[in-house]
Ligand binder design. Structure first.
Ligand code: DP6
Length: 344
């Protein structure tokens, strides 16, 4: 009998993962930073099974939540060969998020990474493997990826990269790697205020969006673009080049949505207020000359990126010019975080 628990953050991609092949392998490399205050906490209580078939129970915020619970249980069944001990254990899994479900923040990256870290901790405790920190996090990233691609990047704090990239020997399609050692200090104080334009479930899931990249007329060009952008962004992150950062990050966000618009069938997750916010950000940047830009997830909400040192001016700008376009004035203020932590 034992219990493990991990807290793991959500992350925001600057170079977007869009399109996959095989078993959850990315068509292009991506880069993100982990958040601080938007996280999931998962605990797993385990004991030797009591009956023929191991019993795996899942509670979300104290309740049996079927949609998400079923997804987790199915995922655990798929991990039978990677963690053979799962067949021998009864599990009681409990999960909660620091952000409300209605916040429009995707919880798959934080919850799948927290779950993966818990499973690796159980392996470490029961089998005695994964003693080396490197191996532990690499396997956690690998497992998280199988649950949700972007979750692979959440097991590390700060910046991380997932997907093969010829200029980075250690990079891999199988797991993400941390990317912090050469980051300019400017980008270690980055903040992300999430402007909630809509709190509704999205009409087209990421899974369906990724699938539409198969046979997409711009697929090949997109893969090349992501690699060029990644190369330029890595340089910008190292030398502290704010202008290149802004150009690349906004180009990635808009390209993601352009790919949705040019899919067959086409769709759009942008709302009129999303576009109004983007225009306001550009106007304010031109006027103020401050470091401020946006990125977008696969949804209508805007991630406003800026520096800690300009926080008061940016909050004033949000208050005066952006909050009116947010659903019920909802905004979640977050910043770069330092990764998951073990809580039990
Ligand atoms: C637009 O990781 O949610 O946020 O692998 O199907 O679970 P699955 O997809 P998911 O896709 C995220 C797409 C994105 C870009 C990114 O985070 O890189």
């Amino acid at each position: 009998m034992g219990k493990v628990g991990w807290q793991s953050p959500s992350n925001i991609a600057l170079i977007k993962y869009w399109g996959k092949f095989g078993v959850q392998l990315p068509k292009n490399p991506s880069l993100s930073f982990g958040l601080s205050d938007a996280y999931s906490q998962i605990s797993i209580q385990y004991s030797s099974k009591h009956s023929e078939k191991a019993e795996h129970k899942f509670l979300f915020e104290g309740n049996e939540n079927h949609a998400f619970g079923d997804k987790i249980i199915r995922f655990l069944n798929e991990l039978d060969t990677i963690f053979p001990f799962l067949k021998q254990l009864d599990l009681q899994i409990e999960s909660k998020n620091s952000f409300p479900h209605s916040a429009g923040i995707a919880s798959s990256a934080s919850s799948m990474s927290a779950l993966a870290l818990c499973l690796c901790s159980i392996e470490k405790e029961l089998i005695g493997s994964l003693q080396k920190e490197n191996n532990f996090y690499q396997k956690a990233s690998y497992i998280a990826r199988l649950g949700s691609g972007s979750a692979s990047r959440s097991v590390y704090g700060g910046y991380s990269i997932w997907g093969e990239f010829s200029e980075l020997k250690q990079s891999s399609n199988d797991f993400a790697i941390p990317f912090n050692s050469e980051i300019h200090l400017l980008f270690m104080q980055i903040r992300d205020s999430i402007l909630i334009v809509s709190d509704q479930e999205k009409t087209v899931s990421s899974r369906a969006g990724h699938a539409l990249m198969n046979g997409h007329p711009y697929a090949e060009a997109r893969i090349l673009q992501s690699k060029k952008n990644l190369k330029k962004l890595i340089t910008a992150l190292k030398v502290g080049d704010a202008n290149s950062f802004i150009e690349i990050v906004e180009n990635e966000a808009l390209s993601l949505h352009a790919l949705m618009l040019s899919s067959n069938p086409w769709y759009s997750l942008l709302l009129p207020n999303t576009l109004k916010i983007l225009e306001k950000i550009r106007e304010f940047r031109n006027k103020s000359k401050l470091f401020i830009c946006f990125t977008l997830d696969a949804g209508p909400n805007v991630h406003l990126l800026y520096l800690e040192e300009n926080k008061s001016q940016i909050l004033e700008f949000i208050d005066k010019e952006l909050v009116e376009f947010c659903f019920e004035g909802k905004i979640i203020h977050d910043k770069i975080g330092f990764g998951p932590k073990r809580i039990i």
